[in-house]
Every structure is written in C-alpha cells, then in structure tokens.
Design a binder for this molecule. Structure first.
Ligand code: KIV
Ligand code: NA
Length: 264
C-alpha cells in the first residue's frame, strides 16, 4: 500500500472505496494497524477514557495528544495520521493555530475539531496556514455536559437539517474530512450525499464513506462497557492481526456495521 493522503481519501470516496480508520496511541499498535492496511489513524482524545480511565475526554491536554502523536508517527508508514485537538485547545483561531502547530510538528497529517458553524473561521485560518482539518459532528464528546449525557444527536428534523447545513459549511470553510458520531443512519447518509468530502462514521450506519472505532473496543480490552455500535473482533478471531484485518475487510465490504449497530 502507498501513502494515504487527503487526495487519496477523496478519490476513495469518489470511487466508492470505503475508508477504514481506527484510533491509535502508541508506536507498536500503530505499526500493527499500518501493516494490516488501515487507511487512517486517529490519536483520539478518547485517550482520556481508554488510557487515563476518566469518564470523559475533558481533562486531556494538547501536550498529551502531541506526545502520543509522536509515538504513533514513529510506528506509521502509510496511514494518514490525525491528531484530535482536545477540549478548549481551539476556542479561537489564534489558540487553534498555536496548538495545531504543536500537533503537526509532532507528526500529525491533519487535526480534528468538534463542532459546526462556530468553527468556520478557525478552519479557514488553519487550512490557509497548511493545517488540514477533519470536522466532527453529531455526538461531539467534548460537549457532553452541554448535551446532558452521551446521547444520539440529530433525531428531530430541525436538528437534522441544521447538521446538514453545518456539514456543508465545514466543507466550504476548508475541512477535508468529516467524522459523524452517533447520528441516525438516514441523517448520516444525507450528510454523506450533501458534501463532496469523505465522511467517517462511528455509530452512524454503513452508508458513510468510512468507519472509525476505538482500538480498545475492536480488541476487546475496554473495561466493562462496549458501545452498541462497536464490535469486538478479538472475540471472533482470537488474534490481533486477524482482528484488525477482519475489521478492515468488513468496513470495505459494508458488512460492518450491520443493522443491529445502527441508530434509526
Ligand atoms: O477521540 C476519539 O477516539 C474520537 C473517535 C471516536 C472519532 O474522536
Ligand atoms: Na475525540
């Protein structure tokens, strides 16, 4: 496999080839995922939960994301590496520029930020400065306290239409990729059709241009709770390499996620 770039991901959408993404936090797992042919790796602020044992992502710092980005970069040959910008690290364009600089210098190819309309100016300035941006709509975990819990987003028509408008606005502002988390399948499909940039779903049905899961869920090492939309591939394969390889196969064939893992 050759290096994955933003233009390669766009071509995959245009060709109807599904993008397989996973979170990664260190060089060893990054190397294993890369060897199996994962297209995109995200240094997620989910590290607050799966690495630090917290009950939200809010305490993760830019310095921590930069450290783990450096680790993942060291183990990665071909996959596109996205670094999550943590809570409050992109509260205005100037802050976003400063913190994204640290993540890009640590080896990220792109940064991810959560939100809609309020980010248009930030995205413009980041991309103009050479920082590719991945958007994130739906259940954006940094807003858990505003939402009043980890809840499916976009269930009523007004909120759904607003999310479609925000997706188009993010693209217009310069975003080159878009994560859709925990939204009804029909809405995820409508957004995927409304934008020309690739959409990566998590709990968003199988009509998005790609899928992402937290590595601990795929590998069955999440303590206790596994989300309804996720899948434990170790349980099926009993082997790390085969678990990741089967996940990629099922994303590419559309077998993952099956209907039991969608929200209607
Ligand atoms: O932090 C993370 O792992 C994420 C993905 C679940 C999309 O944002
Ligand atoms: Na995240």
């Amino acid at each position: 496999m050759s290096k994955i770039t933003t233009s390669k991901l766009l071509k995959m959408k245009q060709d109807g080839e599904k993008i397989a993404a996973i979170t990664a936090y260190d060089a060893s797992f990054a190397g294993l995922f890369d060897q199996q042919g994962i297209h995109v790796m995200l240094i997620g602020d989910s590290m607050g939960m799966v690495l630090h044992g917290q009950d939200s992502t809010l305490s993760v710092t830019n310095e921590q994301i930069a450290y783990h980005t450096k680790c993942v970069r060291a183990g990665t040959e071909n996959a596109l590496v996205i670094a999550d910008m943590p809570f409050m690290s992109y509260s205005c364009p100037a802050t976003a520029l400063k913190n994204s600089h640290e993540l890009m210098a640590a080896g990220a190819n792109m940064v991810k930020i959560e939100g809609g309309e309020w980010l248009y100016e930030t995205i413009k300035q980041l991309t103009q400065n050479g920082v590719p941006v991945c958007g994130h709509l739906g259940l954006t975990p940094q807003s858990v306290n505003v939402f009043g819990g980890f809840k499916i987003q976009g269930r009523d028509a007004d909120k759904a239409n607003e999310m479609i408008e925000h997706a188009k606005g993010l693209e217009k502002a310069g975003a080159q990729l878009l994560v859709l988390e925990c939204v009804p399948v029909d809405l995820a499909n409508a957004i995927t059709a409304a934008v020309s940039i690739p959409t990566i779903g998590i709990g968003a049905g199988n009509g998005t241009d790609g899928q992402i899961l937290v590595m601990h869920d795929i590998l069955g090492i999440s303590s206790g709770y596994i989300p309804k939309f996720s899948k434990n591939y170790i349980e099926i394969t009993g082997n790390l390499q085969q678990a990741v390889s089967l996940y990629i196969d099922e994303v590419q064939s559309g077998a993952f996620p099956d209907e039991a893992r969608w929200f209607k």
